[in-house]
Design a protein around this ligand. Structure first.
Ligand code: PEP
Ligand code: MG
Length: 328
């Protein structure tokens, strides 16, 4: 099978009925960029910039950040890279960063993390903005903000970048040709204000890891809960569809970058409710591409609508059966 996946590397992720899916990889370290050539992916849909912070004994200075981003962009060539600004704090506390008032996070996933921390520690965010803007000089820079919970947080984060850009302009520095700003949708509240958010963003990426733990109120790392709730369940699929549809109407590209998209049956269900962009762990590209290339997407979409309107007792079993019967 591995050999078959390797052989498929140069084949495009196109469904049997001709729908081209954008298949990207998640990455976080310099060497991960090599996964682009190894898998034949369309780009890096999620570059987790906090990895550099997590593996470092001291706060990575701007020059070091910039070097990493430039190296990754160089390997990517003309394939897009979506840099997610740091998602630190919460359970990813950094020993060299003062996390404030000594409060021990009882619910780190819901704590002072990601944008919540970065907007307050804006020195951190400014340095990262400068590093990204300079690394992206002469090309399109894609920046994505994690844990956006309300539209104003997106505005505030973007404003930090724009201010750094203006500063670079006054210094006559070379800039990115275009800067595209996106938000992660991983806090359910944001889904209720998509009408306010969508006009502001250039793209959206759904982080199903955090999103599903917040939807089910179930810790994503808890061993006793890992099997209790299913990604292929009515609440999750309905919720996602409710997010995807307004994005399509507003012509805002929407991707899924959580682990859910790296599992072929789950990825199939995502395509069935309208997703056309996935960013997944590199090892999953082969199996997911094989699923895509054997899928009649039109036929799947015809069964997904009724399945979500009148859910079967076991959504996973139903989708598995459909896939088997359809030669997926
Ligand atoms: C997610 O939450 O789904 C996601 C992609 O981000 P992370 O796993 O880094 O929290
Ligand atoms: Mg997340």
């Amino acid at each position: 099978r591995r050999a078959a996946f390797t052989a498929m590397r140069a084949e495009p992720p196109v469904t049997r009925d001709g729908q081209r899916i954008t298949l990207m990889v998640n990455a976080g370290l310099r060497d991960d960029a090599a996964a682009l050539d190894l898998t034949g992916a369309d780009g890096i849909g999620l570059f987790r910039t906090e990895f550099q912070f997590l593996v470092s004994a001291t706060l990575p200075q701007r020059e070091r950040q910039q070097r990493l981003y430039r190296d990754v962009l160089e390997v990517a060539g003309d394939r897009p890279v979506v840099f997610r600004t740091v998602d630190i704090g919460g359970d990813k506390a950094l020993p060299y960063l003062d996390h404030g008032d000594g409060y021990v996070e009882e619910n780190p996933a819901m704590g002072w993390r990601a944008l919540r921390l970065a907007l307050e520690r804006d020195g951190l965010m400014k340095a990262q903005a400068r590093a990204l803007l300079e690394a992206g000089a002469g090309r399109t820079l894609n920046v994505m903000f994690p844990m956006v919970s309300e539209p104003w947080e997106f505005d505030a984060a973007k404003a930090i970048f724009e201010k750094q850009r203006d500063w670079l302009v006054t210094r006559g520095r070379k800039l990115p040709i275009d800067i595209r700003y996106g938000a992660m949708l991983e806090v359910p509240a944001l889904a209720e204000v998509l009408d306010l958010l969508l006009p502001k963003v250039d793209f959206l990426s759904i982080g199903t890891n955090d999103l599903t733990q917040f939807l089910f109120a179930a810790d994503r790392a808890h061993p006793k809960l890992a099997l209790r709730y299913d990604w292929l369940s009515t609440p999750i699929l309905r919720f996602l569809r409710r997010v995807i549809e307004p994005c399509r109407d507003a012509a805002v590209p929407v991707a899924v970058c959580g682990e859910m998209g790296g599992r072929p049956l789950e990825a199939m269900a995502l395509l069935g409710i309208g997703i056309e962009r996935l960013s997944i762990t590199p090892a999953a590209v082969g199996p997911v591409k094989a699923m895509i290339r054997s899928l009649d997407l039109g036929a799947l979409r015809e069964v997904m609508g009724p399945a979500l309107a009148t859910p079967p007792a076991d959504m996973r079993a139903m989708l598995e059966e459909w896939a088997m019967a359809s030669g997926v």
